[in-house]
Design a protein around this ligand. Structure first.
Ligand SMILES: Cc1ncc(C[n+]2csc(CCOP(=O)(O)OP(=O)(O)O)c2C)c(N)n1
Length: 622
């Protein structure tokens, strides 16, 4: 750790440094970030891009009294390092270690819990309104990226904030990137602001800006002159933000600490909503991340010298199985269109986007829009496939109900990262989708036991007619039961082993665990039936009534919440049935699940195979 960084245990230590030392500190932080993230994995490129901005914010503002609300929060590592957590930084994203996102229960410096995008302006406006009602005087700052600002909720908040007289600062961290290159009209507007000389009317801009600032008053001209002297700085109009009621100020060089500190000092006391547009480089200071920022957005442990991952898996991920199959089917079925909300790489759609650019839509971070857009495509005869992570689809709940399911439209939801995802933690664990999708009329939900079954399910979903979701987990696809390949029939499960007395019904990703538990029970002389549910909705009632007549015990195992999950469905179907077997469901309790490795978390939260085996034995032998 560098000498200056060693001495920083809180922002008050930072404030004692001279400006020259801040630049050295920025270098030390970059070195520290690269070294640590190369071991723990995490979000590297976005953090390298905000080193100077974060230093300047903590230098100028008084946190934790002043509140910094990070959008998404994946770029808050530097903030964590400066706010007393550098010594635990080697535990980042590990079980019981530091969370990879801001978390108020971890530190008073984390003003708001986050992990999903586009919430910062709303939360900051709420805090600002509460401050006004409380007659206190803290500053409220939202830091939002050019990717996240296109999310519907962010635009709703800007619309609301821009017409209130509330003091708040929104910093637009414009690095021209979402995870991949940013897309959309707003992104184009930002690029125009950065590059179009006709927008750079410095003098007029300076006058316009300060003429509008009540607290600064006179002598405006003198101030303007000083301002221009101290900062090499353009003040240019943004039609969009101006019209939305913000005092827009930009564009500031996000890697020039002096400039950032000067501008933040100046606008700190400006009244009303202000937007500061900062231009940064994603991956700044680490060549590999600057060259390929999308690869260093979220990384697994890597070799610092080569930029290459330490472990390269030979196995194919579920996302790849999905993406490859879709490319193949789309060759003959020209109605297939694919949609992503800024996650083409993560969801396995990159090849599709190259093969069928006209049938591929990156709609930017806008999951709600993506679903209703898909509904529009479906009602017009196309077969839209929306590939989306389980937790990000939560954003679009009403769109799924109101725009897709109500009209029984054929939209395919490829629900990636379903089940535990591990180190991203609470905000990203995909444990809710079975519960939130099951309760919607007309929705079908499937879950594959391995990569090959995922391919068959995608084909089935494409040829289906109606809303249909296929949920599958993060990472390498299971290969288990690859020799068991019965054709998929609507609403039918697949019997893997016949047996007696005990039945285990698993969903998708729990195939391996269920198989291991069955093997352990067999060693004890039991002969359990093993069922692959395949369809979580509609659930296979015929199979259920059949095994109910043969078994004394039915155990369900799912990578999701118990509440409203597959086990609940089984109990509901059997409720009121005389002589029903004892039903016990394995899944997650009613709680949020922290970060850690998937195996650690499964063990800690009741889905480890040993726990399941012991529990089954204790019930059966009672
Ligand atoms: C609702 C939601 N959708 C998708 C994501 C996944 N995601 C995390 S960061 C990110 C890109 C954000 O881009 P930007 O705001 O410009 O920040 P940058 O990483 O470029 O600093 C995306 C798509 C998310 N966190 N939340």
């Amino acid at each position: 750790m560098g000498d200056i960084l060693k001495g920083i245990d809180s922002p008050s230590d930072l404030k004692k440094l001279h400006r020259d030392e801040l630049k050295k500190l920025a270098n030390e932080i970059r070195y520290f970030l690269i070294r640590n993230v190369s071991k723990t994995g995490g979000h590297l490129a976005s953090n390298l891009g905000v080193v100077e901005l974060t230093i300047a914010l903590h230098y100028v503002f008084n946190t934790p009294k002043d509140k910094i609300v990070w959008d998404v929060g994946h770029q808050a590592y530097v903030h964590k390092i400066l706010t007393g957590r550098k010594d635990r930084f080697n535990t980042l994203r590990q079980y019981k270690g530091l969370c990879g996102f801001p978390k108020p229960s971890e530190s008073v410096y984390d003003a708001f819990a986050v992990g999903h995008s586009s919430t910062s302006v709303s939360a900051a406006l709420g805090m600002a309104k509460a401050r006004d009602l409380n007659h206190t005087d803290e500053n409220i700052i939202a830091v939002i990226g050019d990717g996240s600002i296109s999310g519907g909720i962010a635009l709703e908040a800007i619309n609301n904030a821009g017409r209130s007289a509330t003091n708040m600062l929104v910093i637009l961290n414009d690095n021209e990137m979402s995870i991949s290159k940013n897309v959309g009209a707003l992104s184009k507007h930002f690029s125009k602001l950065r590059t179009d000389p006709s927008y750079l009317s410095v003098k007029a801009g300076v006058h316009r800006f300060f003429d509008n600032i009540p607290v600064l008053g006179k002598p405006v001209e003198k101030l303007v002159e000083r301002f221009k002297d101290t900062i090499k700085y353009f003040i240019i109009p943004s039609a969009f933000f101006d019209e939305m009621g913000f005092k827009y100020i930009g564009i500031s060089d996000g890697h020039n600490i002096d400039e950032l500190i000067d501008v933040l000092e100046k606008i700190k006391n400006v009244s009303g909503p202000v937007l500061l547009h900062v231009h940064t480089k994603k991956g700044k200071g680490y060549k590999f991340a600057e060259d390929r920022p999308w690869e260093f957005h979220g990384v697994s442990p890597f070799n610092v010298k080569t930029g290459k991952p330490l472990k390269k898996s030979e196995k194919i991920s579920y996302s790849d199985f999905f993406g490859n199959k879709l490319v193949e089917i789309a060759k003959s079925n020209k109605d297939i269109v694919a949609i992503t909300a800024a996650m083409a790489d993560g969801t396995g759609l990159t090849e599709f986007s190259r093969s069928y650019p006209k049938r591929f839509f990156d709609v930017a971070i806008s999951e709600q829009h993506a679903v209703t857009f898909a509904a529009g495509l479906a009602i017009s005869g196309k077969v839209p496939v929306f590939a989306v992570y389980s937790t990000f689809l939560q954003r679009a709940y009403d769109q799924i109900i109101h725009d897709v399911c109500l009209q029984k439209l054929h939209v395919v939801f490829a629900v990636d990262r379903a089940g535990l995802v591990g180190s991203d933690g609470e905000t990203h664990q995909g444990v809710f989708d079975i519960s939130y999708l099951s309760g919607i009329p007309n929705m079908t939900i499937m879950s594959p036991k391995n990569g090959y079954e995922l391919e068959n399910m995608i084909e089935f979903a494409i040829n289906f007619n109606g809303p249909i979701a296929v949920r599958y987990p993060r990472g390498e696809a299971l290969e288990i039961f690859s020799d068991v390949d019965t054709p998929i029939e609507y609403g039918k499960s697949e019997k893997i082993f016949d047996g007696e007395e005990i039945a285990l019904i698993f969903e998708g990703n729990m195939a391996k665990t269920a198989f291991d538990v069955v093997s352990m029970l067999r060693n004890d002389g039991y002969n359990p039936i093993l069922i692959n549910a395949r369809f979580i909705k509609p659930f296979d009632k015929e199979m259920l009534f059949d095994i109910s007549s043969k078994c004394k015990y039915i155990f369900t195992i799912e990578d999701g919440l118990k509440h409203g999950g597959m086990g609940s469905t089984v109990m509901e179907i059997l409720s009121g049935n005389k002589n029903s077997p004892l039903v016990y469901s394995f899944g997650y309790d009613d709680c949020f699940i922290e970060h850690g490795s998937i195996l650690e978390l499964q063990k800690a939260y009741g889905l480890g195979k040993d726990y399941i085996y012991e529990k089954i034995k204790s019930i059966v032998e009672e």
